[in-house]
Write a protein that binds this ligand. Structure first.
Ligand code: ADP
Ligand code: MG
Length: 343
């Protein structure tokens, strides 16, 4: 017998899952992003036991055709790109076609979906080493419900790395909050162990956005935040930045989105730090929820999808724009003596 063997599909997916599926929060991230990519305007999440026992996400997006259902579960199968060139202008959150295959190799996953063409719904799940997909009819309105049960039930080594229910849930909730801040036009409902945790209606104007912000970041953030909206040379920056007096001991309330995608980037972090430099005490961190909008062709958001890094064609301009906008805003509210004492 040859010593070199092809891995069976389940095992190959389980290995890939190591990169994508770390804990319940990563499952929620992938599933929510799929719902948003499908154009959903409402998503309902039901979670049990921190997401380890159950994660059910129901959306009212485009749905998946019956014939596409088995494909949706297979690796390297995506509806979002076809050619290498598409990668350069990809605006969807996903495009690797790996999430569902990975999740279904380490948990019990079923997808139920219907499109506005189909007059009923269909359900698919994958079983065995070959991850054979079976499709059967199941009633469903237009949209998709993805149900994941018993995360890591078949990979005990990975299961051991899960923390307490409370910790896992707080990571999961963080993901939901982040996505809720990235899409004010979408309603988010989150329940944990049958208890409503978040119920966020869509927000169409600044007032409604601030209502959501207050629920997600807490009323104190909003009460101590300045609204900013400024534009220059094709760059737009808007959102809320907290007053220096609302600084934090940890960098735990910092949300920055580039074209709707949450990122953590050194260049941007530096620009913000510089803007706050004179008004924050050493070791304190600013709080902010900021949105940068620019022509998608001058920013590459797919450098490191998991690391949330981006690459700007003209980083210097972006850096200076953010620094100047925030510096100016903060200068308006700080009396000079406060500046000096903070130094
Ligand atoms: P990717 O998002 O990278 O394409 P996934 O494994 O996450 O890969 O999903 C595979 C495919 O399944 C997607 O390209 C999409 O066509 C379909 N899909 C997954 N979730 C949904 C959903 N909630 N609504 C509609 N289509 C979905
Ligand atoms: Mg996806």
């Amino acid at each position: 017998m040859s010593r070199i063997q092809l891995l069976n599909p389940r095992l190959a997916n389980q290995i890939a899952a190591g990169e994508v599926v770390e804990r319940p929060a990563s499952v929620v991230k992938e599933l929510l992003e799929n719902s948003l990519d499908a154009g959903a305007t409402r998503v309902d999440l039901d979670v049990e036991a921190g997401g380890v026992k159950l994660i059910r996400i129901r959306d009212n997006g485009s749905g998946i055709d019956k014939d596409d259902l088995p494909l949706a579960m297979s690796r390297h199968a995506t509806s979002k790109i076809r050619e290498l060139e598409d990668l350069e202008k990809v605006i969807s959150l996903g495009f690797r076609g790996e999430a569902l295959a990975s999740i279904s190799s380490v948990a019990r996953l079923t997808l139920t979906s219907a499109t506005d063409q189909s007059n009923s719904g269909w359900q698919v799940s994958c079983e065995g080493r070959d991850m054979q997909a079976s499709v059967k009819p199941a009633p469903h309105p237009c949209g998709t419900t993805v149900e994941m049960r018993d995360l890591f039930f078949n990979t005990p080594a990975r299961r051991k790395f899960l923390r307490t229910e409370k910790t896992e849930f707080s990571h999961l909730e963080e993901v939901v909050k982040r996505l809720a801040l990235s899409r004010y036009d979408v309603a988010f409902h989150l329940r944990h162990n049958n208890r409503v945790v978040h119920s966020l209606p869509p927000a169409a104007n600044q007032l409604e956005q601030e209502r959501r912000l207050s629920r997600v970041c807490g009323p104190a953030f909003l009460e101590n935040a300045l609204h900013i909206e400024t534009e220059a040379a094709g760059l737009k920056l808007w959102g809320w930045v907290a007053l220096p007096t609302f600084s934090r001991s940890q960098a735990d309330m910092q949300h920055f989105f580039v074209n709707g995608r949450m990122i953590r980037d050194k260049l941007i972090a530096h620009a913000i730090r510089q803007a706050y430099r004179d008004v924050l005490f050493h070791g304190r961190h600013p709080a902010f929820v900021l949105y940068l909008e620019l022509d998608p062709s001058i920013v590459d958001v797919n450098v490191h999808p998991t690391k949330h890094e981006v690459r700007f064609r003209d980083g210097r301009t972006v850096h200076d724009f953010i620094f100047r906008s925030l510096h100016r805003l903060l200068a308006e509210v700080r009396p000079d003596d406060q500046v000096n004492s903070a130094r």
